[in-house]
Design a protein around this ligand. Sequence first.
Ligand SMILES: [Zn+2]
Length: 858
Amino acid sequence: MDLPPTLPRTTMLNTLCLIMSLQGSLPAPNGDAHLARIDGNLRTLAQLQKLGVDLVERDIPGGRFDLVADDGQLRFLKAQGLEATILIEDIAGYYAQRLATGSLPPQGTGLGSWLQPAFGQGSMGGYYTFAEVESVLDQIGAAYPQYITPKFSLGQSLEGRDLWAVKVSDQPGVDENEPEVRFDAMHHAREPESMQTALWYLLWLCEECGTDPLATYLVNRRETWILPVVNPDGYVYNQTIQPGGGGMWRKNRRDNGGGSMGVDLNRNYPYEWFYDDSGSSSNPDGETYRGTAAASEPEVAAMVAFMASRDFKTALSMHTYSDLWLAPWGYAPLYPGNWSAYDEIGSLATEFNGYPHGPASLLLYEANGVTFDQDHGGHGTLAWTPEIGGSSDGFWPPVDRIIPLAEENRLALARTALAAGAWLRLDAHNLMDAGDGDGIFEGGESVLFDLVLRNSGLAPTGPVTVTLTSLSPWAVVSTGPGGAANVSSFSDLHQTQMLDLLAGVPAGTLIEYSLEFTWDSHSFSAPDAFVAGAGVPLAVFDFEGASDEGWSLSAPNDASTGAWERGDPVGTAAQPEDNHTPGGTSCWFTGQGVVGGSLGSNDVDGGTTTLTSPNFNLSGQSAVQLNFWLWYSNSTGGSPDQDVFEIEGSDNGGASWTNLATVGPTGANGGWNEYSLDLETSLNMTAAVRLRFMASDLGGGSIVEAALDDVSLVPADPGGLGQRSCSPAVPNSTGKPASLHATGSSTVSDQDLELATINLPHQQFGYYLCSQATAVVPNPGGSMGILCLGGQIGRFAAQVASTGNTGHLAIDVNMAQLPVGAGVAIQPGDSWTFQLWYRDAVPTPTSNFSDVITIGFQ
Ligand SMILES: [Zn+2]
């Protein structure tokens, strides 16, 4: 660069000094901390980072940065041209108040409800104090000595507190040759939800081992170390300044001299420590102060030694908040060399919590001397930092968010642990019609299962077997077990299996099956289902063709005029001018008039005219819906509103008839109206079902005209329990409405009830709801769908599950303990309504509901 000739070099240097001194350093915090917001861009971010501002959230597309600062710091920022708006005046007081006024969730039957204090009921606003964390580790250790070690110390903090860890495995005291995983939490003292999440996962492993196949596998085939509090001094300090929770201290308790306290433990790791001055701060008062040397802090030194002493394949160092899943690199805006592995595992881990994942430097901001850079750069460990919870949760989420936030991350932790070793999962699961190829699975056809299994873990699987089992009396598996000698890391195994649908399977039957995969000496099964002949009507008549298709006039047919005929009607005030079928011309109607004829021209007079259907074979169907469009008018003429229109059915080929519905005598003013009748409530579903439609003029001198169009017979959920309503549901991103089916028995003593929902978006999660009252609540909480339950609603949150690769979610209902209050048993005579709530990610993250089924129990 050429200097301007008139500007002496000394002046240039002075100008630089002036800029430096203007920037100076952020003053030490000295008053109530505010949550404040600054609008800006990437340059603003760089400036804020260089100053060591306590940035808590960033939204570059939205051009805003949220930070914690007191009045003096805000004045300093304003002098730098960085004007902030205060969002919350006293952030610690705000959190404390929110925790104090929040109501503790009832002590239910969830994980850790037996602990003292129960999980989520710690004495620091619901959060465990450090002393309670120590006690809880001892209690879990005493309850599950077969799965976890007694707590042991990795070293001591500056003030002499222990950095506790436990190891979870099937032989916890033995150093087995199993993939090693580490979950640590609370490098930052004001982020206790990270500690709660670590303990929740520990409880899940211990309590569900032997019951849940995933927990069982992770205990048996992994060695997991859990470190709930890396910064005990900072956490205990928060307890002293805010005993009810809400303390905003972040760093450890290092006395930096000059009245300045604390080093940011998550900037003190050796790998690329002090890479630059923007990813960590030189200012001892800054919240990202890196310390005087790499690993200068005993807490970090203990962690560094622990990392070096083990062979962690994967690790999470958990923080709050921002709903993010941060990967290396932190120190510079770079992807790690093995990004494809990070991408695959990170995507799978965040499938349920929906957190965006990616390098911290690109997703959040640059940070050097951080835990996952030490893991990745120092040891090749695949490591992430979850930022648990969103901006409404903040650093001290409300009491009733402690468990939901831990739960929304439980599967993410489990998947991170799975990835440390072999992890075979069903990646694609396509069902193909191997019969006539029309894509509808009909009786007598074979269904081909095209399966892709993928090993998304870091170790080979060893021998794999794949077995398809039919759970339906209508389906038989025709292939033996498949498999392979091994599936190596990050590679696929393609398999096919075949299932034959028996002839005569009623359309609409839910065909349930199970896919079982055995690998690494453990079996995992994936129950699933499809619907045979889904949505295919049994018969459809639009009466447009050349033939009558078996429809005919039959006795009684004694009306003097106005007998049924098929064609294009000529309208009067009582008879339609047009048929009903869109784009069609023809229907059945009673007596053609003449153009310009009178009102009573050829109406039904002095008797009955009967139109009879062909024979329908409905054997094997358990429920069939008859749909039709009817025009019926008896409201004109001298004695209006006296005649009726009757619809009758026969299940013995017409030998005898049963009334299905009667229209009139009042309210029949013509116009096309749709009718739907459930045949099975009046008829047996035999091979000889017929229908008839009867118009009569039996009363005084009224004008009777009728017309019939668009008749269909549709299978209506055969095999299912209960009554469907709120149907169809609001379509989801698949374009289809989610449809719930209940199977099993409505007899309470059978204790056999399963709920299954189809037409769901893939790889989303959801859980069922139940209630004894119904309601119609559109878009609750911003959902796309309609909540159809009212009163006290139970949530099967403990049975949250994935919709998998088939868009199907099924659970077995524990009828002795519905999740209403502390658990309610279904009693004979009760009526319960069930609905599924589920996530949908397209086009933006939202949620939706299925239709509902109401079951009356005996
Ligand atoms: Zn943090």
